[in-house]
Each structure stands twice: as C-alpha cells, then as structure tokens.
Design a protein around this ligand. Structure first.
Ligand code: FRU
Length: 496
C-alpha cells in the first residue's frame, strides 16, 4: 500500500462484497498466478512474519478477507514445506480495539527469552503494528507495536496480554522487523518511524524494548528488514544488510547497539512491481530467502487481488573495489515444478524466424545465454509480453527490456545471460546470475499462449537455451481448502 492510500483509511468500507464467484474452480481462474502465492479470496499486500520452524515455512500476509481492495487489515496465513507449494490456513490476526493489523515479522524464541513457552515446542512470536484509528472500534488509538504467540507450531495465535510492547513513538510508526543478535544475546527491532526515518530498538526478552538509534534513509519509507549475511566472495566476512520497502538497501556493520552503514545502493530490483520485501527468519543453513509483494498487478473480475513474488535466494558479494551487492535468483526448490526441458546449443536465430513455434503453455522457466552478435535485439514473446536484450556495437552493456521497463546491464565476456520466470500474470527476469532482477506484472494477451524467440536487425547466436515448462503449485487439496484450521501433520524430518 502506498502512502496515498492512508488518506482513504477514514472511509474504509469494511463489507464491500467480493466479486461474484467466477464459475472457474478456485486456483484455476483465468488470471490466477500458478506458481506464485495469492490468497484464495480477497486482497493481499505485504508478506509478513516469514519464518521457518520444524519443517514448515510460514507466510503471513496483509489481507482483506472481505474485499478485493485494501482495508480491514488482517494477517492471512499460509504454510508450506518447500516455500513453493502453499496452503492457506485460517487467518492468524484479526483487527481488534487497538487497530487493524498492519505489517510485521516473526521469530522463533529458541531460548525462551520471553518465558512464554508451554511445552516442548518453542514459542513462535509475531510482531505486528496495531494501526489505531483505521477502524470504527479503534478510533482515537495510536499506532503501536504488539506481539502474538503460538505454542502449537503456528496453528493458533494468542495476542500478548501486555500489548503494546512498544508504545507509539511517533505518528504512524509501523512494520517492526525483529532479529536475534547472538553476540549481545538480545533481540533487535528495526521499525519505520515516519518520513524516511527508521529506529533500531533492543530487547532482552521481546517484551521490553529500548530505542537505541535512529537512521534516515533518503527516499525510502515503510517495511524495513535487517539481517546478517556472509559475503560470498570474501572468506570469513559477514555484513549486516538493511533494506527498505522500495528495495533500496544499506550494507554495514552492527555491534548490538548501532548500525554503521558503509554502502548504500540502488534497489536490487528494477521497476514498480516489487515492494515491502521480507526475508525468512530462522532458515537452516544460513540461507537468506526473500519474498515481496508484486504490487500493482491487475486481476480483472477475479475473487482475489495481488500476488507475492517467487521466493528469491539472496547472496551478498563484494562488487568492484569498494562496494557490496545483493544478488537474487529463484530458490532451487523451483526444480520440483519443472517438466522435461527442451535444450538448444549454438542456435542461430534469423530475423523472421521463431525456433520456438509450436511450444504451447504459459508457465516457463527460461535460461538463455546470448552472444552479442550481429543482431541489434534478441527477445522472447511470452503470452504476448516481450522481454528483449538490445545492444549497440562495441557497447559494454546492453539494455534489458521487460515490457515497458528497461535497465542497463553489463555484458559479461561479451555475453548476455537471462533467466525468465513466466507465470500467468507476472514475469520475473534475472540478468547475469541475479545481478539484476526485473519483476513485472502483466495481463496475458488473449489467444497468444505460446512462445516466440526473435532477432531484430541481423542474426543472433544463442550459445545455449534451456526451457522448462512449469507445473502449477495448486493441487486439488489446496483448491478444496476452506480456510478452516487444518489438522497438522507430525513434523516431517527437518528438526532444528
Ligand atoms: C506497505 C504498508 C505498510 C503497512 C501496510 C498496511 O505496503 O503501507 O507500511 O504496515 O502496508 O497494509
């Protein structure tokens, strides 16, 4: 949600009916993303509370269960065993007298610092903003930070009796992201304050918080994230990464009290369809996986509105002499969706030819390595949407176009490397092994479900091309989901 929408809060119509049910079965609707998460019904925006515990990944999400428009914010909940196939569960947090439920995060309280553990299972803790004044019941209440706990692996959630855990600090402060800082044995919360200001707070027990530092990050607002990562190409070096809702990020060091930014970079992703990204907490093997709201997509006449990005695996690398860069690629778990690929080597594409004629479908994972040759442009047309690489002779970079978006990308060894994840209503394009990501939403062109590969202004040479048709993540089981609380299976294998 952008800031303009806040002015609409007062006029929140809570019970606008959802569009008449389409006759298509749930999850098979015309514009339903087939391997990206979207809610069964109603609106979603930010991913919230991404966390892993005992074999299950939890995705909470800003949700309006009553309308396909933003409002009545509730935390929806979906669970997965691979971050790819999701099953929507009962809503986790409903609006209350303190406000509607705005964005936040989740952690596993491994050391029972809050003292709220009941049995064997660790307490899962959600941090959310109670947005006072955004509903008739919460008129006059401020925006505060609250927590809710689960003692049954995320099946049921109980709001903490001592809420709020952080009183209102300023205006519409919101979107707490909590992380454990092992060296100082305390929790760190980064919180959006207002304008382009954020706070860092610390706590020994998740319940009492102290504001330690404020930072100002020009042109950035809302939904911070904060995490430590190894620098992949510098053995033994780890850095702290702070990200804002628009994807701009800072890389620096953190001593448990103060964050010292060393590098500020441009967003990792190009374009408007990637917002409020968050990374999973408590992933095994030091993994860092991020999901975002693919804001701004259109889904006409659908019973749902908006979708999440595919999960991206993040890597941090030293970049040039004095910088660091995040790289992002789809998580390898996507392999489970792949059908048998078609492969080409040293394929020449002449203007007017389409070597992919006859390939039908709308879900693809495409890997292409293209030599900057005689052609001025090489491109794919997928469901009527165009992704192309354009370059000039002797240029050291090319221009990557994804629909109306265009970004400069450096040529690597005179080559262009592109990966495309094509779903029914989104196209995520990754260049040079994740150096740049262009996520876009689109509406497929009627009657053009196939694949085209084309060259403009001369013959192009594809050093390699590999195309995997992808399967849908929605199964009969998820389609039949009623949103009722499920019976949880015993934890499978993965124990922490
Ligand atoms: C970002 C945001 C958050 C807020 C939430 C409300 O999209 O505006 O700052 O918590 O959406 O839905």
């Amino acid at each position: 949600m952008n800031r303009r929408q806040f002015s609409l809060l007062a006029s929140l119509a809570l019970a606008r009916p959802l569009p008449a049910q389409t006759t298509q079965p749930a999850y098979a609707e015309k514009y339903r993303p087939q391997f990206h998460f979207s809610p069964r019904k109603g609106w979603t925006n930010d991913p919230n509370g991404l966390v892993f515990y005992r074999g299950r990944y939890h995705l909470f999400f800003q949700h309006n269960p009553l309308d396909v428009k933003w409002g009545n914010m509730t935390w929806g909940h979906a669970v997965s065993t691979d971050m790819v196939h999701w099953k929507q569960e009962a809503n986790a947090l409903e609006p209350d007298r303190m406000g509607t439920m705005f964005s936040g995060s989740a952690v596993v309280d491994w050391n029972n610092t809050a003292g709220l553990q009941k049995g064997e299972d660790k307490t899962l803790v959600l941090f959310y903003t109670a947005a006072g004044g955004t509903s008739p019941e919460s008129q006059g209440q401020p925006y505060t930070q609250c927590m809710a706990c689960s003692n049954d692996r995320g099946r049921t959630w109980i709001k903490f009796a001592g809420n709020p855990v952080v009183p209102n600090l300023v205006g519409h402060n919101r979107d707490p992201k909590v992380v454990w800082h092992a060296p100082s044995r305390q929790w760190i919360m980064t919180l959006f304050l207002d304008g382009s200001t954020y706070g860092f707070l610390t706590s020994p027990d998740l319940k009492k918080w102290t504001l330690q530092q404020k930072i100002s990050v020009p042109k950035v607002g809302e939904c911070p994230d904060f995490f430590e990562m190894p620098v992949e190409n510098e053995a033994g070096v780890r850095k702290w990464v702070w990200t804002g809702a628009n994807g701009s990020y800072l890389v620096g060091s953190f001593d448990g009290r103060r964050f010292q930014a060393e590098v500020m970079t441009q967003p990792l992703s190009y374009g408007a369809n990637y917002y409020a990204a968050q990374t999973f907490s408590d992933l095994p093997q030091d993994r860092r996986v991020q999901m975002a709201w693919m804001s701004g997509g259109r889904y006409p006449d659908m019973p749902f509105n908006q979708q999440m990005s595919f999960p991206y695996e993040l890597k941090l690398r030293r970049y040039g002499y004095d910088s660091y860069r995040l790289f992002a690629l789809p998580i390898t778990e996507i392999d489970s969706l792949r059908a048998a690929p078609r492969r080409w080597k040293d394929q020449v594409v002449k203007p007017g030819e389409n070597p992919l004629a006859g390939m039908q479908g709308d879900l693809w994972d495409i890997h292409a390595e293209i030599e900057a040759g005689q052609a001025q442009e090489v491109g794919f047309r997928i469901s009527g949407w165009t992704v192309t690489a354009r370059w000039k002779e002797n240029a050291r970079e090319y221009s990557l176009q994804n629909g109306p978006l265009s970004a400069p990308v450096p040529l690597r060894d005179g080559r262009i490397k592109i990966r495309i994840l094509a779903d029914r209503t989104s196209m995520e394009v990754f260049a040079n092994d994740g150096e740049l990501v262009m996520p876009t939403c689109f509406l497929p062109e009627e009657g053009r479900p196939g694949l085209e590969l084309f060259a403009v202004g001369g013959a192009a040479r594809l050093l390699s091309l590999e195309i995997f048709p992808l399967k849908s993540i929605w199964t009969t089981a998820s389609a039949n989901s009623t949103g009722a609380i499920p019976t949880f299976l015993p934890p499978q294998g993965l124990k922490r």
